[in-house]
Design a protein around this ligand. Structure first.
Ligand SMILES: [Zn+2]
Length: 105
């Protein structure tokens, strides 16, 4: 058989995945400031930390699936930009602070 050529390695590299960056590249997360971390550790207190500024005007009033009305207010931190939602349910002693996205240390 004369048709056998010497095996020349292909000059092009094998197929590589073109995306070398991780999928989670939304926006570079800003580390949460100390007060936001404290709030995350104690999300039931009513007093917002001094760094939080109320966004919008009137609180949204909704009803939960169980029919319990609650209000929601949105705050944004002036220091680290973390957006917080304050949920205040009727007849509840405590509120709950929920960050819009997980805090980054
Ligand atoms: Zn903050």
């Amino acid at each position: 058989m004369a048709g056998m050529k010497s095996a020349v390695p292909p000059s092009f590299p094998p197929m590589q995945p073109s995306s070398s960056q991780p999928a989670a590249s939304d926006t570079p997360a800003t580390p949460a400031c100390e007060r936001c971390l404290e709030l995350a550790a104690d999300p039931r207190r009513r007093e917002p930390p001094a760094c939080l500024a109320l966004r919008g005007t009137a609180p949204l009033v909704r009803q939960s699936a169980a029919g319990v009305p609650f209000s929601m207010m949105t705050f944004a931190c002036r220091d680290c930009g973390t957006v917080w939602r304050l949920y205040d349910r009727a007849n509840e002693l405590f509120v709950s602070w929920v960050p819009e996205r997980p805090l980054v240390r």
